[in-house]
Design a protein around this ligand. Structure first.
Ligand SMILES: *Cc1c(COP(=O)(O)O)cnc(C)c1O
Length: 486
């Protein structure tokens, strides 16, 4: 096989056709059903096969990929997706993400992409200002909040051990002074996972019980703190935005109490909740958060930047860089420019230039646009909760302080198990119907439906559509169980 010059160039027809396919997908998104149209066996039958031995025409590959993947794509980025906490992509961010692939910068070193490095500087400064964090904070752009926790808690591990004279980066954790970690009973799984990766043990933590909203109890936090001997290296993880209820730990009082322990570190899980800082109506939930030591959040949730986009901030940039900088490799000595080498701030080495999509999102929305997006989502959540709570047989289980609603169906005259069965049946029915998508959870021992409003395009119309879909599913569920709604 001889390669012609043309074979070594990008084909404009391929790229134009690909743009068309992407545009068709995005244009159909607002009306698309929110469910897969093929089961896993059918997807495997079309997508899996023998290892390709021979080259294929790229255009044919893309056409068939788009065709074969379509039935297994979920309209996650559309306005009727209420599952987990998942944002879509605002137009400028999606477009910037396309360019990011074409530019193919390695945003690990300044010399491998100066524009990518400087764009991170711009985005870092903007986010720190918007969130009201200490201006000198270090920042790193990672794959998600999971890796933001990893980054921040690595910095925490560095700092609390450095105070004892222990160099954890060089010497590891064997024989190091033990680190005490306090978390809330409702800490997100990714906090435990980060502790697991960092050798601090996901179960080797002091767990503080939570109240009925899922907030750490301040009095029990004080008790847990008092039980830890003075002088012990200590890390406290607080939550700003419970993944089910949207509730916030009593951040200010936890920070105040922790500050009485010299050298103790407070880390904030603000995956989506940190964005509540942007609206005066919700900023109070985060009072005092700027006095923490590190903050983890997401771009791909509430800022509506395409996957993947996580945000890590550390008040002490030296602790941040000490924890993340790779050991010096001789071939890098010649690249040091004194400029931002992104790899100094994240666990990655070679990496995608994630800053471009963040940059485009923030520039296109502006602080006002982001505030409006946050407020619109909260108002849709409140609207859904209000309408549902006025319906017989429906309970709202949480105080709707942010963008999360927990709903449960009860069966008049029935027991808790009957309510659980109906609630789970409603979730399944909604997912099968595909008008909206949401998922179920267990909240304080009972089955519940989780509604998360996190998409830039979701508005009052979608609130009505969601309520109607939920009530339709409940009617069908009751009819099936021979029970008529009153
Ligand atoms: C989603 C979420 C995470 C994990 O974020 P990823 O971006 O999925 O890694 C952590 N904490 C909370 C509260 C979350 O909602």
């Amino acid at each position: 096989m001889t390669r012609t010059k043309r074979d070594r160039r990008h084909d404009p027809a391929l790229l134009r056709r690909t743009a068309e396919l992407a545009i068709d997908y995005l244009e159909a998104l607002p009306e698309s059903p929110v469910r897969a149209n093929q089961d896993v066996a059918a997807l495997r039958a079309t997508l899996c096969g023998p290892l390709p031995e021979e080259p294929s025409d790229p255009l044919g590959v893309i056409e068939s990929l788009a065709r074969d993947a379509a039935p297994g794509l979920i309209a996650l980025a559309g306005p009727r997706y209420f599952g987990f906490v998942i944002g879509g992509g605002v137009p400028a961010a999606v477009a910037a993400d396309w360019l990011t692939s074409a530019w193919d910068q390695n945003a690990g070193l300044y010399v491998a992409g100066p524009a990518a490095s400087v764009v991170e500087e711009a985005v870092g400064a903007w986010l720190i200002e918007m969130f009201g964090l200490p201006p000198q904070s270090g920042y790193g752009f990672v794959t998600g909040c999971q890796m933001a926790h990893f980054t921040c808690l690595a910095a925490a591990r560095h700092a609390v051990l450095a105070r004892t004279g222990w160099d954890v980066e060089a010497d590891g954790l064997f024989e190091a002074p033990p680190i005490e970690v306090i978390v809330g009973g409702e800490a997100h799984a990714t906090i435990h996972a980060a502790l697991q990766y960092l050798g601090m043990g996901r179960d080797r933590v002091h767990v503080v019980p939570t109240d009925e909203q899922g907030r750490m109890r301040a009095d029990l936090f004080e008790q847990a703190l008092a039980a830890i001997p003075a002088g012990r290296p200590l890390i406290v993880c607080v939550q700003a935005g419970n993944v089910n209820s949207g509730a916030f730990d009593p951040i200010a009082s936890i920070i105040d109490a922790t500050r009485r322990r010299e050298g103790a570190w407070v880390h904030v899980d603000g995956a989506f909740g940190l964005w509540a800082r942007l609206s005066p109506s919700t900023a109070g939930l985060l009072e005092g958060v700027e006095r923490a030591d590190s903050w983890a959040s997401d771009g791909h949730k509430w800022l509506n930047v395409p996957y993947d986009s996580g945000l890590a901030f550390v008040a002490d940039p030296l602790a941040h860089a000490a924890a993340m900088s790779p050991p010096n490799a001789p071939y890098l000595q010649y690249t040091s420019t004194g400029q931002r080498d992104e790899e100094q701030w994240v666990p990655e080495y070679s990496r995608r230039a994630r800053g471009f999509a963040l940059y485009a999102a923030i520039r296109s929305l502006g602080r006002q646009g982001i505030q409006e997006m946050v407020e619109r989502c909260c108002s849709v959540a409140r609207e859904i909760a209000k309408t549902l709570s006025a319906t017989p047989g429906v309970e709202i289980l949480n105080d709707v302080v942010l963008n999360q609603v927990l709903v449960r169906f009860i069966v008049p005259g029935g027991d808790q198990a009957a309510g659980d069965r109906l609630t789970r049946a409603v979730v399944q029915d909604i997912q099968d119907e595909g008008t909206i998508w949401l998922s179920g959870t267990t909240w304080h021992g009972v089955a519940a439906i989780r509604i998360s409003v996190s998409n830039w395009a979701t508005g009052p119309d979608e609130a009505e559509i969601a309520v109607a879909a939920i009530l339709r599913a409940a009617d069908r569920g009751r009819a099936r169980s021979g029970d008529i709604r009153g």
